[in-house]
Design a protein around this ligand. Sequence first.
Ligand SMILES: Cc1cc2nc3c(=O)[nH]c(=O)nc-3n(C[C@H](O)[C@H](O)[C@H](O)COP(=O)(O)O)c2cc1C
Length: 325
Amino acid sequence: MKTRITELFGIQHPIIQGGMHFVGLAELAAAVSSAGGLGIITGLTQKTPELLANEIRRCREMTDQPFGVNLTFLPTVNSPDYPGYIQAIIDGGVKVVETAGNNPQKWLPALHAAGIKVIHKCTSVRHALKAEAIGCDAISVDGFECGGHPGEDDVPNFILLPRAADELKIPFVASGGMADGRSLVAALALGAEGINMGTRFMATQEAPVHDNVKAAIVAATELDTRLVMRPLRNTERVLRNAAVDRLLEKERSLGAAIKFEDIIDEVAGVYPKIMQQGTMDAGAWSCGMVAGLIHDVPTVRQLIERIMGEAHHIIGQRLARFEAA
Ligand SMILES: Cc1cc2nc3c(=O)[nH]c(=O)nc-3n(C[C@H](O)[C@H](O)[C@H](O)COP(=O)(O)O)c2cc1C
């Protein structure tokens, strides 16, 4: 399947694996890229630029296909060493960067000078237009359904994607709630040129996370996520668990007076405990509503081939039938 996204990134299938903290390691990125999609290493999971350089090297040893690196620009005071990470990406010969969070404008000249394409993740049309105006090459349009940070506008993809299609000139992928061939065809129908998936890729054989994480996703339904940190305007969609219930109770009782320090136990430093040790109640971890559509733990290749097979079947059979009638 050829789209503006497959052409832009030189990939076979219009399927991207979004950056995921403590999930997007070389193993997963390489598996996705080798299966014809675009795998993405999560930059900030590597504590230093040197470690990121090493992760890029490991990924290159595992696949000869293009892969990307996610750089999330956090609204924190003590900023990570972004110039160092950018240099590691350039020196590592990576050709795609997925940016997220704050405006990436400052970093675009260095990335573009190195021949790197930038896809920026946005949760609103206004941010997507801004990203286009500053010179990003593509957008990942992240709807309200998504796992992770859906922003504060709460517009689901059935509205957000056609709105983006009406306004954007650069290509975009649909992110949030994507799981199968139906998602891909719907995304294409709404104007996207491919899909970006997070939660679905976490429940694959190659995802380097504890089996408890994969089992929790398979067991969850579309009713089991919650939005946390809304009072801090840093909303995150997470899977409900004991820590999340505790966090939400704090949000209720503290109201507008709540500060980040009040919920530090539930959100800070919890990812290694969950993703690596499988301590599922250790804190709040990102998960999309799409968990309701995830019922198995296939290999990445099986998943991608299944999505493409379903998509071709829907386009060529189901949709063609309506045309003929
Ligand atoms: C466990 C987890 C961790 C994530 N970490 C990041 C991150 O560090 N940076 C980022 O830009 N997006 C992050 N995301 C968001 C994904 O890249 C992707 O946009 C999102 O999962 C899409 O929604 P879906 O889960 O419904 O597929 C994370 C998502 C999950 C599920």
